[in-house]
Design a binder for this molecule. Structure first.
Ligand SMILES: *[C@@H]1O[C@H](CO)[C@@H](O)[C@H](O)[C@H]1NC(C)=O
Ligand SMILES: *[C@@H]1O[C@H](CO)[C@@H](O)[C@H](O)[C@H]1NC(C)=O
Ligand SMILES: *[C@@H]1O[C@H](CO)[C@@H](O)[C@H](O)[C@H]1NC(C)=O
Ligand SMILES: *[C@@H]1O[C@H](CO)[C@@H](O)[C@H](O)[C@H]1NC(C)=O
Length: 435
């Protein structure tokens, strides 16, 4: 307990207030794979929300680690997680219930290993714990519940994830930082009558249709893991070029969405053709309607989440739904296939996506000139920086301001004017590294 004791002493001092310590993780361990099993509770359709305690649920994770630097600590991000049991298996010995200290101010769990882990060692670390399904009124972050009301005024429940920027840690102890990419294997236990969708396709349903197992994901950062438990309808479509996509939402919405489905299919084909230099690594792209969201929509690979006003909405004159799906689909390349290795480089994802989104949609809808980048920039305070290095948890949570979307898009736009249109994605990337 010597190490953990010393650690606690350290954090009881003002040292913990230093920003960098709040968000940085040691580079001693790299997680190659997470095997995550989550119990999700939701009330039956039409039922009232029961006591909050019902939403504290069991989960477990088996993490495969590779040791990169000698260490006696396993450090994981966690927020609102209660560890029940753990064990470490190194291929020879099995260590049960490593001592653990939680330092809430930095959202981290420190597990003490009884020996010094050696470089190159591979480990399996298992944690059994509880986590909380949050309320949408609380904060639409982590795994949270929202509702929608059907034509017959019946209330339906949804539990869905929003892990960007650092909220995977509310559901699973993990290396919750885009520097790390891992394969995720997901199992969800959901109440009877509910369907589960995730980044990848489900390959097995057992236990009276309550246990849902999903194919493992390609290697992704924790913020892109996604799943939803719901009872909405599902329409499977195929783009003219043969790419599988699907739309998940209330029946009455899906009935009236053919124009949006057609637009989405054409846009997938356009993007696959335009960016074929980087192959789309996922074999499906589903769009799911969620009762309410933190920022309107989220680009999770294979399962793009959209709030009601963004899902098949043709009321708005700039056709908001088309703008949003184009934005989230572009993220499959910028952000999902190529992930900036820190939140300070978010312009390489949000800035490039905003730049391409305007280029792609301008021809289709001239009204979008209203949104072209130079006029957007005029609206911004001239001293707003596109590059900011977040140093605290609070700053990371609030990454993604107008400057990072629109002002950086304007810079890519200016580069295009200076150099001609980027023929290939890499031209833009290479040049922007030199700004
Ligand atoms: C290690 O011990 C735990 C119980 O503490 C057990 O559940 C687990 O199966 C063991 N793992 C191996 C690989 O022996
Ligand atoms: C279907 O869409 C049209 C516009 O495209 C709209 O006028 C109509 O109200 C919609 N119907 C439903 C049931 O949402
Ligand atoms: C463009 O905006 C004008 C004026 O607001 C509107 O009348 C028109 O329908 C819009 N066109 C498109 C394609 O959305
Ligand atoms: C930017 O300018 C506004 C007023 O124009 C000021 O309130 C703000 O503090 C400035 N921000 C920085 C980072 O200088």
């Amino acid at each position: 307990m010597l190490i953990l004791g010393a650690l606690l002493l350290l954090f009881s001092t003002a040292f913990a207030a230093q920003g960098a310590l709040e968000i940085s993780l040691p580079k001693s361990l790299y997680a190659t794979k997470y095997d995550l099993t989550v119990n999700v509770f939701l009330p039956p359709v039409g039922a009232q929300i029961p006591d909050e305690d019902a939403f504290r649920q069991k989960a477990s994770v088996l993490i495969d680690f590779t040791v990169k630097e000698p260490t006696r600590l396993i450090v994981l991000n966690a927020d609102g997680i209660t560890v029940k049991q753990n064990f470490l298996w190194n291929g020879r010995s099995n260590y049960s219930n490593l001592p653990v200290v939680e330092v809430k101010s930095v959202q981290k769990l420190y597990f003490e290993v009884p020996y010094i882990l050696a470089v190159g060692e591979t480990l399996q670390f298992y944690i059994e714990y509880t986590y909380k399904i949050r309320s949408v009124d609380d904060e639409a972050l982590g795994l949270y519940r929202s509702t929608w009301v059907d034509e017959n005024k019946v209330t339906h429940h949804i539990a869905s994830t929003q892990f960007k920027t650092i909220h995977a840690r509310k559901v699973v102890p993990c290396l919750d930082d885009p520097t790390f990419r891992s394969v995720w294997s997901l199992t969800v236990h959901a109440p009877k009558g509910y369907r589960v969708d995730a980044n990848t396709q489900e390959y097995q349903t057992t236990n009276n249709a309550q246990t849902h197992r999903f194919f493992k994901t390609p290697s992704i950062p924790s913020y892109l893991l996604a799943f939803a438990v719901h009872d909405q309808a599902y329409i499977r479509t195929v783009s003219p070029g043969g790419f599988k996509n699907g739309f998940i939402g209330p029946h009455e919405k899906l009935r009236n969405c053919t124009a949006w489905f057609a637009f989405t299919g054409q846009m997938i084909d356009t993007l696959v053709d335009k960016f074929k230099v980087v192959k789309l690594p996922f074999d499906k792209m589903d769009f799911i309607h969620i009762g309410r969201m933190y920022k309107g929509a989220m680009e999770n690979p294979g399962l793009i989440t959209l709030e009601p006003s963004k899902f098949c909405n043709y009321d708005n004159q700039i056709v908001l739904s088309e703008l949003i799906v184009t934005h989230e689909m572009l993220h499959q390349w910028f952000g999902n296939s190529v992930t900036p290795n820190g939140w300070e480089n978010i312009i390489m994802s949000e800035g490039l996506v905003t730049y391409y989104q305007i280029r792609l949609l301008l021809k289709r809808n001239p009204n979008l000139t209203l949104l072209t980048t130079p006029s957007m920039v005029i609206a911004l305070p001239s001293n707003t920086s596109i590059y900011t290095q977040p140093t605290s948890i609070n700053e990371v949570m609030n990454v993604g301001n107008d400057a990072q979307y629109f002002k950086s898009a304007a810079i890519f736009h200016m580069m295009e004017r200076m150099m001609g249109p980027a023929k290939r994605l890499y031209n833009v990337q290479r040049v922007s590294e030199n700004i």
